[in-house]
Design a protein around this ligand. Structure first.
Ligand SMILES: Cc1ncc(C[n+]2csc(CCOP(=O)(O)OP(=O)(O)O)c2C)c(N)n1
Ligand SMILES: [Mg+2]
Length: 767
């Protein structure tokens, strides 16, 4: 019936759980309150079995109902088949997760549920073993929760699957991973997907034994209900009690109608396979088993089946009515407004024609309504009724647009805008210290203040990170809170997402910015969309800590900021110029409920700064720029390490009488919420944006913000300019850096050239 809704045009796309029902019943039996699922689009039966998806809600999802009360999975933002429960109430506050059978919100990229699964499982380990978390009883009952993963057989080909499987084996976390194996991934057979066509066979090396930790690996046929129940019970026991991961390979499943509504399986399965699938459909086998064992009679099962059909029809109707009636009211309202306008308008026949067309649509969508209104508005010129229509359009847009665009960022009381700045306090007589010590001592204060804070990354544990910003912290706070992890950036991010979704405050370290690319997919697809795609019902306030390279080389000098800020809208991006600022950002973030990426300056750890007295307390505001030198001739906007070069160039320019105002952006997302840059260029009337990204990278975003959002173009007397690195990656060594990225001389000359344009006599051409 779901399929028909798509074929008749009521829904756009459908992907369903048929062929995989029976193992999901077994999984649901073993799944408890407090547990978490991280799975994919086939888990419809499971979601129904745990009581979080009704028939009506299923259809609401298919239609894309934008009301969260009707489509609790995503308020119409995701295609049907992407499941979620509500970890947050409507104000963004945590619900008691130990009372919910939780499902983390699904995403479409195959295997992208894996990294997050690792963190969901690891949270139990943290809650069970870390002191100080005993009070957090609404998140965990002594770490007794299991994280349940599901994945299709073909999706196990993805790197994310293997990376996560290995990591969970290393970490020994309570995770039960099910592979629903129907031998296909859309049309592509297992022979193209998996060595030996058998995932459990090739994972055998992960099996634990007397001497080594590892996995428990179990294989079971997907149509064998009794065995499935036994297997799932056993798996849950092992994971829950021993915190050992389990892999269940569920074989001999089918896909009765093809992958999705986009195709049918007759195109790629042969006669023999089709015959086998129809015989071994798990529902058919379960029916047989129920009758053979006298649990039920054929008549009873037919009656249940008929009842089910009826229930689905009813649910479908209810979902459709709920979906269509508010839209129909909008249609009726507009039609009557337009008919009124047509009476006196000069374009009455045009209006009547479009109005009649709109009125005749039996099942309108909002696009039909608004596009009619907006087309007619154009025709009204300066007629007197134009106002009525434009007002109506504006009002409707104001109420409808948020249904599609709200909740990209937190709207709760704990969002970043509710944090007040707290300045660092200093003992003016104290000597300057290596800046990394400020980070270290500030982290120390944070670990003491917040037992739920933990940090993990490559070399973050034993040696206290490559730049020793965590020196001594593992000794003091233990190997679970300050942890070394494998080289696996995507699942480091996922580990953080999963733990943050369960009430912990993880700080995931990506060793160097250049290697963030391995994690950027999961940041972009999962973390950045989580709050948005659940319409604010799930969040992961994860902090990602990394450092921009200055080692000078293709993979050691990166600042691909344009790529980053454009890929991860939904996550704040902070670029502190020194370690006091960075520490202040961590302090701010830990009092908010939002995810952020903090990029420290790699060449700043050994520079000298004053140690603040109020460690763990001072707060750098987010979205606020800082003027680090005021000047009257030109505004230079930059961020991060580049600022030191700009400061040097500004000193040299002062000697020839050019007075530069330097603004540190500090926070790329969000950007200058107070429009302080506009105030600066109102004074200088000249703007230069400098960074180390490619031409048209983050600098063009900054220009868009200043010129378009802040309307800065009104204030400019000369062309706004950017100074960036070359288009290629930075070449190796100091000369490579000099010829690839903006140097002090480049900066000097660029600013000088802009002043020369203004006054060629005072500033004669350099070349
Ligand atoms: C990264 C990525 N590549 C491709 C797709 C398109 N796609 C969606 S489902 C699918 C096949 C998945 O097969 P399998 O994992 O066996 O799950 P099944 O549908 O058979 O249960 C593909 C290729 C995708 N969603 N994500
Ligand atoms: Mg498959």
């Amino acid at each position: 019936m779901g399929r028909r809704e798509v074929l008749t045009g009521k829904a756009k796309f459908g992907i369903f759980g048929d062929g995989k029902e029976v193992p999901q019943l077994a999984m649901a039996k073993a799944f408890r309150e407090g547990d978490f699922r991280s799975g994919y689009y086939r888990d419809q039966t499971f979601m129904m079995a745990i009581g979080h998806l009704s028939i009506q809600q299923f259809f609401a999802g298919l239609y894309g109902h934008t009301d969260i009360e009707h489509d609790p999975m995503s308020a119409g933002r995701q295609m049907g088949g992407h499941f979620a429960t509500h970890s947050l109430d409507k104000n963004g506050n945590w619900n008691d997760l130990t009372k919910i059978k939780n499902s983390s919100s699904d995403i479409s990229p195959t295997a992208s549920q894996m990294p997050r699964l690792l963190g969901l499982a690891q949270a139990s380990k943290i809650y069970r073993n870390v002191d100080g978390l005993e009070q957090k009883t609404t998140f965990s009952n002594k770490g007794n929760e299991v994280a349940w993963g599901t994945i299709g057989n073909a999706s196990t080909s993805e790197g994310l699957f293997f990376e996560t499987i290995n990591a969970a084996g290393v970490l020994q976390v309570p995770m039960v991973m099910s592979v629903w194996d129907d031998e296909y991934g859309i049309s592509v057979h297992a022979k193209h997907q998996t060595t030996k066509e058998n995932i459990s066979e090739i994972l055998k090396g992960f099996q634990r034994d007397e001497n080594n930790n590892g996995y428990e690996i179990i294989t079971v046929n997907g149509w064998d209900y009794a065995n499935l129940v036994t297997v799932y019970k056993k798996a849950a026991g092992i994971a829950r009690e021993e915190h050992v991961p389990v892999l269940i390979h569920v074989t001999e499943l089918t896909q009765p109608q093809g992958h999705s509504t986009s195709g049918s399986h007759e195109r790629y399965k042969n006669e023999e396979r089709l015959a086998w699938e129809s015989e071994f459909d798990c529902l058919k086998q379960m029916t047989k088993w129920l009758i053979e064992n006298n649990f039920s009679t054929e008549e009873e099962l037919i009656a249940i089946s008929n009842q089910a059909k009826n229930d689905v029809l009813e649910g479908k109707k209810a979902a459709w009515n709920a979906f269509i009636s508010p839209i129909k009211s909008e249609q009726t309202e507009l039609v009557s407004i337009l008919r009124e306008i047509a009476k006196t308008s000069q374009s009455s026949s045009y209006i009547e024609q479009l109005t009649n067309e709109l009125a005749s649509i039996k099942e309108p969508i909002r696009k039909d309504i608004l596009s009619t209104a907006r087309k007619i508005l154009r025709k009204l010129g300066s007629e007197k009724d134009k106002n009525t229509l434009s007002k109506w359009i504006k009002n409707v847009t104001a109420t409808i647009q948020p249904k599609f665009s709200s909740h990209l960022y937190s709207a709760s009381e704990n969002n970043i805008f509710n944090v007040n700045e707290v300045l660092p306090e200093f003992d003016e007589n104290a000597a300057d210290v290596d800046a990394r010590l400020i980070l270290r001592d500030n982290f120390d204060a944070l670990f003491t203040k917040f037992p739920e804070v933990l940090v993990f990354g490559e070399d973050a544990g034993n040696i206290g990170d490559v730049n020793q910003g965590l020196e001594g912290m593992q000794e003091k706070y233990g190997e679970l809170r300050v942890a070394d992890v494998g080289i696996r950036e995507a699942s480091i991010i996922g580990q953080g997402i999963g733990m943050a979704m369960r009430g912990l405050r993880p700080i995931a370290e990506i060793q160097y910015l250049d290697y963030l690319l391995y994690g950027i997919q999961i940041m972009s697809d999962d973390l950045a969309t989580l709050h948005y795609r659940t319409a604010g019902r799930q969040k992961a306030p994860l902090i990602i800590r990394t450092r921009g390279h200055r080692l000078e080389g293709i993979w050691h000098a990166g600042s691909p900021m344009g790529m980053i800020i454009n890929a991860i809208r939904g996550i704040h991006v902070l670029v502190p110029r020194n370690m006091t600022k960075a520490a202040g950002f961590y302090n701010t973030l830990l009092t908010t409920d939002e995810p952020a990426l903090v990029i420290e300056c790699l060449n700043g750890y050994r520079l000298k700064e004053k140690m603040p007295l109020n460690l763990g307390e001072f707060k750098t505001p987010i979205g606020v720029v800082e003027t680090i030198k005021s000047g009257k001739d030109i505004t230079v906007v930059s961020y991060g390490s580049t600022l030191r070069l700009v400061e040097q160039a500004a000193k040299e320019l002062m000697e020839v009488g050019i007075d530069v105002e330097i603004i540190d952006v500090q926070s790329l997302l969000p950007f200058d919420i107070n429009h302080d840059i506009l105030k600066s260029i109102s004074k200088t009337n000249r703007l230069l944006v400098i960074d180390e990204d490619v031409p048209g990278g983050a600098s063009s975003y900054i220009l868009q913000q200043i010129l378009e959002v802040q309307k800065g173009y009104f204030q400019l007397d000369s062309q706004p300019k950017t100074l960036t690195s070359q288009e290629h990656r930075p070449s190796y060594g100091t000369d490579g850096d000099y010829f690839s990225k903006p140097s002090t001389e480049d900066i000097y000359e660029k600013i000088y050239e802009m002043m020369h344009e203004d006054n060629p006599v005072k500033f004669p051409s350099l070349y």
